[in-house]
Structures are given as structure tokens and as C-alpha cells.
Design a binder for this molecule. Structure first.
Ligand code: AP5
Length: 211
């Protein structure tokens, strides 16, 4: 059975971290619009140059650009086995666009307290090479500047600075949180308590999806 899943929740809820575990479990691609944008920024491609200032400020990239990017990604054959969409959709307009080209099986919502979000984002460190999400307190690499997995440089995302975090949370509440109601009405919403550690959340995820 194909698993067409979207991961919803505030920034720092742990969507990306769980997606890395869940994609292996389900043998589906993990598609993170945030990762695609960050790769474009690192490559200084036309897309990267267009979105850098928007992302660094914690605002959303426009719907047209984001939907076009996901539509293009969905032309690849690996989508037939299912997918985990992490960070998309983020607006009702994006959810409507997605519904026009793919049937979502479940919208998994990461329920988490604000204090936990702030602690996770404030301590997040990312590998520039392989993209792994480390955490200064919860999961630090041996050497704080070097990735244990690939030897890449470990850095702090520009949008993890205090001002951008506040902006991202405000944008989430205004534009993305209404999606939980949208998917609930369609009978697709699955809520997961995301306050625990990664293993606990993985167990709740498997239980919620009968895996
Ligand atoms: P994106 O990269 O999607 O950012 P986000 O949604 O803000 O999500 P995050 O990556 O911040 O958090 P996460 O929930 O994945 O948490 P993580 O697993 O890393 O998007 C970035 C930007 O791109 C957006 O702001 C926007 O500008 C643009 N964009 C992207 N998609 C868009 C769209 N559809 N439309 C318009 N614009 C778009 O975990 C966080 C930290 O906590 C890590 O350090 C991790 O190690 C740690 N951690 C995780 N889980 C646990 C746990 N259980 N216990 C302890 N620590 C944990």
C-alpha cells in the first residue's frame, strides 16, 4: 500500500528528524521543501537567489514558486511508492493545489508546546554537507563544528536566529495552523504528541498509522 503522507506542525517540532526515520521504515522518498530551498541557496541557483532573503527573514516563499517546485518533484517515478512531504503544504492554497495532483492518505500533525519548540530551534545545528540535524543539547556531534556522519561543517541556520524564529512561529500560527482544521474536516488528520524523544515519537507514529 502506498503511503502518501504530509507532516504538519510548527517549525522545530521535529518533522525533519522523524521523516528521516520514517522514510526508511516506509521505503518512500522524504521531500522537504525547506531542504530543496536550502540546496538551491547553497548552489546560488536562480531559485536560491530568489528565496534566500525570504527564508532568512522567516517568511514564506510565495505559493506559485513552491507549488511549481513540488509539482516538478512529483514527476519523478519514486513518488509511485508514496512520499513524506515535510513542510508542504504550508497554506490552504498549497493544500488545494496538492489535492489537485495527488491524493493524501494522512496529514500527521506534530503537537508540541512552544517552550519545547524554542529549545529545539535554539539548539539546532545542521551539517552543511549531508543536512543531518544535530542538537547542541539533545544530540550533539563529538566536535561541535564537525558532522560525525560525514565530516561536513556543522553550522547554525540563518533562520534559527532569535528574530527569525519569532517570525516563523507567527507565520505558522497565521498561515499554516489552519491546515489542521482543513485536513480534520476531510478525515485525514492524525495528531501525534511530539514532546517526547525521537524513539517515543516514532513509536506513536507507528501506532497511529498501524505500522
Ligand atoms: P523548513 O526547513 O521546512 O523549516 P520548518 O518547517 O521551520 O521546520 P524546521 O526544519 O525548522 O523544523 P522541523 O520540524 O523539521 O524540526 P527538526 O527535525 O529540524 O523551511 C524553512 C523555510 O523555507 C521556511 O521558513 C520558509 O521560508 C521556506 N519554506 C519551506 N517550505 C515552504 C512552503 N511550503 N511554502 C512556503 N515557504 C516554504 O528538529 C529541530 C531540532 O530539534 C533539531 O536540532 C533536532 O535535532 C531536534 N529534535 C528533533 N526532534 C527532537 C526530539 N524528539 N527531542 C529532542 N530534540 C529533537
Amino acid at each position: 500500500m502506498a503511503h502518501n503522507l504530509i507532516f504538519l506542525g510548527p517549525p522545530g517540532a521535529g518533522k525533519g528528524t522523524l521523516a528521516v526515520r520514517a522514510k526508511d521504515l516506509l521505503a518512500v522518498p522524504h521531500i522537504s521543501t525547506g531542504n530543496i530551498f536550502r540546496e538551491a541557496i547553497a548552489e546560488k541557483s536562480p531559485l536560491g537567489l530568489k528565496v534566500k532573503a525570504i527564508i532568512d527573514a522567516g517568511k514564506l516563499v510565495d505559493d506559485e514558486t513552491t507549488v511549481a517546485l513540488v509539482r516538478e518533484r512529483f514527476t519523478r517515478p519514486d513518488i509511485r511508492s508514496g512520499y513524506i512531504l515535510d513542510g508542504f503544504p504550508r497554506t490552504i492554497a498549497q493544500a488545494e493545489a496538492l489535492a489537485s495532483f495527488s491524493k493524501v492518505d494522512a496529514a500527521v500533525n506534530f503537537d508540541i508546546e512552544d517552550a519545547a519548540v524554542l529549545e529545539r530551534l535554539g539548539g539546532r545545528r545542521v551539517c552543511r554537507k549531508c543536512g543531518f540535524n544535530w542538537h547542541r543539547k539533545f544530540n550533539p556531534p563529538i566536535n561541535e563544528k564537525v558532522c560525525d556522519k560525514c565530516g561536513g561543517e556543522v553550522y547554525t541556520r540563518d533562520d534559527d536566529k532569535a528574530e527569525a524564529i519569532q517570525k516563523r512561529l507567527a507565520v505558522y500560527r497565521e498561515q499554516t495552523a489552519p491546515l489542521t482544521g482543513w485536513y480534520r474536516e476531510k478525515g485525514l488528520l492524525v495528531n501525534i504528541d511530539a514532546n517526547g524523544n525521537v524513539e517515543e515519537i516514532l513509536t506513536l507514529f507507528k501506532k497511529a498509522l498501524n505500522l
